[in-house]
Design a protein around this ligand. Structure first.
Ligand code: DQA
Length: 142
């Protein structure tokens, strides 16, 4: 009953990165919050961050190999560019929930397309760190 939480490029800098957009909580804060939320839901969290596109592809495959319950995926900028991620999501049986701290649809035009969203089962965005919490509740309900 594992939920993979995969984070893409620049999310390791959360806390200091454009705080007016992404807030001041760090990725470690988000990881701690999810571990606390997961326990009562009977779920385990496998939490990862990378700045490399192919690593995200590898972890999606790994989630599938481990028959994970779901993947929460904040692919960050790769959301808007990566056909490889779209194909990986299509290639696996595990449901993927797209997550964003901000709401890309209200930002620059180039953030309005989401390749991840073309194959994801659901999407939670614009709630700051709470986007992850809402997505985990959705994963638990799958
Ligand atoms: C983001 C939104 C993306 O457009 C951006 O490239 C990110 C973070 C978010 O969580 O709001 O790096 O995925």
């Amino acid at each position: 009953n594992t939920v993979f939480v995969l984070n893409g490029p620049n999310l390791n800098l959360l806390g200091t990165r454009e705080p007016e957009i992404y807030g001041t909580e760090t990725l470690a804060d988000i990881e701690t919050m999810l571990h606390e939320q997961a326990g009562p839901l009977g779920l385990e969290i496998s939490f990862h961050q990378t700045n490399h596109e192919g690593q995200l592809v590898d972890w999606l495959h790994e989630a599938n190999r481990q028959d994970a319950k779901a993947v929460l995926l904040n692919a960050a900028a790769y959301t808007h560019t990566s056909i490889a991620l779209l194909d990986a999501i299509k290639a696996i049986a595990v449901p993927v929930i797209e997550v964003h701290l901000s709401d890309p649809s209200t930002r620059e035009e180039f953030r309005h397309v989401s390749y991840v969203g073309m194959a994801a089962a659901d999407c939670v965005q614009g709630l700051g760190p709470r986007s992850y919490a809402v997505a985990l509740d959705k994963a638990a309900a799958l």
